[in-house]
Design a protein around this ligand. Structure first.
Ligand code: C2E
Ligand code: MG
Ligand code: MG
Length: 469
């Protein structure tokens, strides 16, 4: 990168000098003038090229946009920013040099197909921008979604490469910087927030970004002021409809407004602040349980959500133990809910965490089972205690009868599998009596959902605990 900056600077100086020389040469000295002009053109083309992979660079992207603006046709174009997916893995697998060759083929393939209708320019590494006629959009989306690149590397012949992308279909008079900001925001949204292959820029993204900035800026204060609160959602037995446990869910009361997790959890997950919040919730749950114990109240197991962001934390187990033991809460009263993972590394780390927690006598639940890319190995190879079936598997009597039948079949098999593996099984998001009937027919006798209770403030939950005596 530094080298590239130096090159750019050198080219800029060179062009300035050439400009000065051309001013000094008298137009009568035609051959000298033409020679300087040629050199000037060469320098210009160099300043638009990414020397290492021989594609256009960011300077060219801005020039291309400026040219279209001057021609008055910029609104006929779509801008896109994209980052290659898993490119470090490809470099690792095939070596850097071969990785670069694959990248060149992929980018050339796109540029060739666009021809005169657009340009593809490298920002750095595996990060690119493109500007192309709106009529090319379908093709570009398909290409970036996955294109086959021919190769002879290590006996392989065809490799699929793909990218995360942020698109902006240009409307109105936008500056180049505005366009660049919009595609960058859309790409970030795709890659980090929504974890989907592509996102189109719209005004909602600007709102989301404002929300993100706001959450991050007030979080530390909100923690210090104890604005975050624990709500408890009861879990009930479907045999006698008695309370058997609860899930601790975070609520944020700010300036008199109650803010729900979807507005702040994803933001905190991006910045790893979620870890602080999870420990805060665990600590408050332990304080409540410790108080209930002192007051001689009946106690049920409470589950606390642990974000996936904790996966890299080698001290996680110790941290949990420090908090729980500080309040002398028996470990069997605490359950940790973790969601599924998708990568091998995560899988190993998750296994390590689940095993460690179980060895310390905590219960551990797989949360939202079925919504991600659940692997059966994930269930088989880790010592979970509880499987929480996501609400999307509960038939909801929707118009689509076939879908409901499919859900019933899957539900039956998931419950059967969990029981055969010796796992407890709970259904979350239970809203109707019909769903309860189906769960009971399939031998699932634990449920959590609005049919029984919404998440309750601690005082209301304590009344439910009192009802147990
Ligand atoms: P989750 O852990 O799967 O929690 C269950 C969510 O389903 C809760 O949403 C709950 O209010 C909602 N729910 C319960 N019963 C029903 C029902 O019958 N119908 C419907 N439609 N929804 C129901 P909530 O409280 O908004 O939390 C959303 C998610 O935010 C949670 O999903 C969890 O992933 C996350 N979350 C909440 N608190 C924390 C926390 O302290 N730490 C972390 N890391 N994540 C949290
Ligand atoms: Mg949960
Ligand atoms: Mg859940």
């Amino acid at each position: 990168m530094e080298q590239k900056e130096t090159n750019r600077f050198a080219i800029k100086c060179f062009m300035e000098k050439m400009g000065e020389l051309m001013n000094e040469v008298s137009p009568e000295n035609k051959s000298e003038y033409e020679r300087l002009n040629e050199l000037m053109e060469l320098a210009k083309s160099l300043s638009f090229e990414d020397a290492s992979i021989h594609t256009y660079n960011l300077n060219y992207f801005f020039k291309y946009m400026d040219d279209r603006r001057q021609e008055g046709c910029l609104e006929e174009f779509t801008a896109c920013r994209f980052d290659m997916k898993r490119f470090s893995v490809i470099n690792h697998q095939f070596g850097r040099e071969n990785g670069t060759k694959l990248l060149i083929r992929f980018i050339r393939g796109l540029q060739e197909r666009l021809g005169e209708d657009g340009c593809v320019c490298r920002i750095q590494g595996d990060s690119f921008v493109a500007l192309f006629k709106k009529t090319c959009l379908d093709f570009v989306m398909e290409y970036l979604g996955g294109a086959i690149v021919e190769t002879k590397i290590r006996g392989k012949r065809r490799i699929t490469l793909s990218a995360y992308a942020g698109y902006y279909e240009i409307v109105g008079k936008r500056t180049s910087e505005e366009i660049m900001d919009r595609i960058s925001l859309a790409l970030n949204m795709a890659k980090y927030t929504q974890k989907v292959p592509y996102v189109f820029f719209d005004e909602e993204i600007l709102k989301a970004v404002d929300n993100e900035k706001w959450v991050e800026s007030v979080f530390a204060d909100a923690m210090a002021q104890e604005e975050f609160m624990v709500y408890y959602q009861p879990k009930v037995s479907l045999k006698n409809y008695r309370l058997t446990g609860a899930e601790a869910l975070c609520r944020w009361k700010h300036d008199g407004e109650m803010i729900l997790p979807f507005r702040f959890i994803p933001v905190l997950e991006q910045s790893h602040l979620i870890c602080e919040l999870d420990f805060y919730i665990l600590e408050h749950v332990c304080q409540d349980i410790s108080r209930w114990m002192k007051e001689g109240m009946p106690i049920v197991r409470v589950s606390v959500n642990l974000s996936r962001v904790h996966l890299g934390d080698v001290d996680l187990l110790q941290h949990v133990l420090d908090i729980v033991d500080k309040y002398k809460v028996p470990h069997e009263y605490i359950e940790l809910e973790l969601t599924e993972t998708t990568t091998d590394v995560d899988f190993r780390e998750l296994k390590h965490i689940v095993t460690g927690l179980r060895m310390q006598g905590f219960s551990v639940a797989v949360d939202d089972f079925g919504v991600g890319y659940s692997s059966l190995n994930l269930i088989r190879e880790m010592p979970w205690k509880m499987l929480k079936i996501d609400k999307s598997f509960l038939p909801d009597g929707s118009e689509d009868e076939e879908e409901d039948v499919q859900k019933k079949v899957m539900l039956k098999h998931i419950i059967g599998m969990a029981q055969n593996l010796g796992l407890e099984c709970i259904a979350e998001g239970v809203e109707t009596v019909e769903q309860v009937t189906i769960l009971k027919e399939n031998n699932c006798y634990l449920a959590q959902g609005y049919l029984f209770d919404r998440p309750l403030p601690v005082e209301d939950f304590e009344k439910r605990l009192d009802g147990l005596v």
